[in-house]
Write a protein that binds this ligand. Sequence first.
Ligand SMILES: Cc1cc2nc3c(=O)[nH]c(=O)nc-3n(C[C@H](O)[C@H](O)[C@H](O)COP(=O)(O)OP(=O)(O)OC[C@H]3O[C@@H](n4cnc5c(N)ncnc54)[C@H](O)[C@@H]3O)c2cc1C
Ligand SMILES: NC(=O)c1ccc[n+]([C@@H]2O[C@H](COP(=O)([O-])OP(=O)(O)OC[C@H]3O[C@@H](n4cnc5c(N)ncnc54)[C@H](OP(=O)(O)O)[C@@H]3O)[C@@H](O)[C@H]2O)c1
Length: 444
Amino acid sequence: MTAAQSPITTHDLIGVGFGPSNLALAIAIQEQRAARQRPLDCLFIDKQQHYRWHGDTLASQSELQISFLKDLVSLRNPTSHFSFVNYLKEQGRLIDFINLRTFYPCRTEFNDYLRWVAEQFTDQAQYGEEVLRLEPVASKGPIDVLRVISRDASGNEYARHARSVVVSTGGTPRIPELFKAFKNDPRIFHHSSYLSSVAKLPCSQGKPMRIAIVGSGQSAAEAFIDLHDSFPTVEADMIVRGSALKPADDSPFVNEVFAPHYTELMFQQSPEQRKHLIEEFHNTNYSVIDPGLIERIYALLYRQKISASNRHAVLCLRHIQGLEVSPQGIDLSTRDVSTGQVQAKRYDAVILATGYSRDAHRQLLAPLEGYLNEYQVDRQYRALSTPDLRAGIFLQGFCEASHGLSDTLLSVLACRSEEIAEAVYQSLQGCVAHPGLKIAAVGA
Ligand SMILES: Cc1cc2nc3c(=O)[nH]c(=O)nc-3n(C[C@H](O)[C@H](O)[C@H](O)COP(=O)(O)OP(=O)(O)OC[C@H]3O[C@@H](n4cnc5c(N)ncnc54)[C@H](O)[C@@H]3O)c2cc1C
Ligand SMILES: NC(=O)c1ccc[n+]([C@@H]2O[C@H](COP(=O)([O-])OP(=O)(O)OC[C@H]3O[C@@H](n4cnc5c(N)ncnc54)[C@H](OP(=O)(O)O)[C@@H]3O)[C@@H](O)[C@H]2O)c1
């Protein structure tokens, strides 16, 4: 079935992606329902076949990097049915969790919590369809309705109509230029597909392998530890551009940048001041590792020294400058930036733990670009537009530059979803654009 042939359904709201951001929004809309004149007709479309939260990265040692109290609801409504604590109660694990004495559950458990929430919204969810683009529905007057085009795994395309859209599609794996030509080589893959990709490698059958991990953020560290713990036949090198593995700063004063009220402070700054704040607190989130994990890696390397083993290494100050791929292996040449010395080493696989870019919204919204103000948003995350675009377009996870470092994380989901839910209602009531609102740069 093609988009043109599909029956057209018009919804009040279509959410693109059904990760934590839109899950939190679905809850906020449901919990606000009693105060509204009519319920909203919402549909959330996700390209995954089933609910999973970064499912291919859920290695056994991976823990949540934020307090469980920053779940989908508690900061806004601690009495919500959808709290992590209520999930634990319903699973019969509340007392055991208390005995763990932690704020940081393993990510496998938090994934299960999110799945538990998602299951309660199956009537509003469409899984297994990737949204390709958002288009204006042609009309002589203002544009009040958008067309959402999606495609399922069999190649069928669908068109749906919506009076407002919330784009929450998360990050896109960042592949360094040098490696882009090898995206179909199963030996070279981004950390976002870690578990399924490693399962296809010979090490999962107990065969020896040398594996390079590029990057020095949390993903790289988790891959390093998992290769050590789960694959005794693997020798792993972490290839690091910087001079050392650095800890994530989650000390209490610094952590206030992730509080909901900080969003307001951030938004009120000039573009230069915002940029400065993001740079100042960069080491709370990017290119940094949980301190406990750093200690584990250090202790592991120290134990190697005692036994004169050189199984694993953390290679700092290394720039990858050459790559040759053959059936025999992947030859990486790295330059030590302190000495200028170039070293070549053959690996059997390379894991790119090279982070994520935040630009998927630009491609999805490209057909509407002429109506939008360079993807900038107002305080309620609504894209600024020309007056003739009256359908509301909201962005979650693409507003770091204007709303702060919490934008890509779980930190403010509970509160942000309430703000967006309120703004969606307002946009549906009035169906008017906000051309005159304060301009805010959207994150890259
Ligand atoms: C490995 C990893 C671990 C993390 N751990 C933490 C943590 O512990 N604490 C924290 O605060 N943050 C963490 N983060 C940051 C993470 O961004 C947030 O936790 C959270 O996932 C953001 O939710 P989201 O819904 O905005 O995006 P995502 O969780 O990325 O969800 C986006 C959803 O959109 C779907 N999608 C994407 N494109 C399309 C499309 N075109 N059509 C349809 N569906 C689409 C995807 O399938 C996905 O389900 C982590 C990130 C990663 C990569
Ligand atoms: N357990 C968890 O909760 C968990 C697990 C994984 C990830 N996360 C979260 O996910 C987000 C992303 O983390 P991440 O570790 O995936 O990414 P990241 O923090 O952005 O780190 C990316 C790393 O890749 C390096 N890199 C990027 N491009 C490179 C290139 N061309 N050549 C060499 N190195 C390159 C960067 O080096 P430079 O430092 O030199 O720029 C950096 O070390 C964070 O919010 C993190 O907290 C959480």
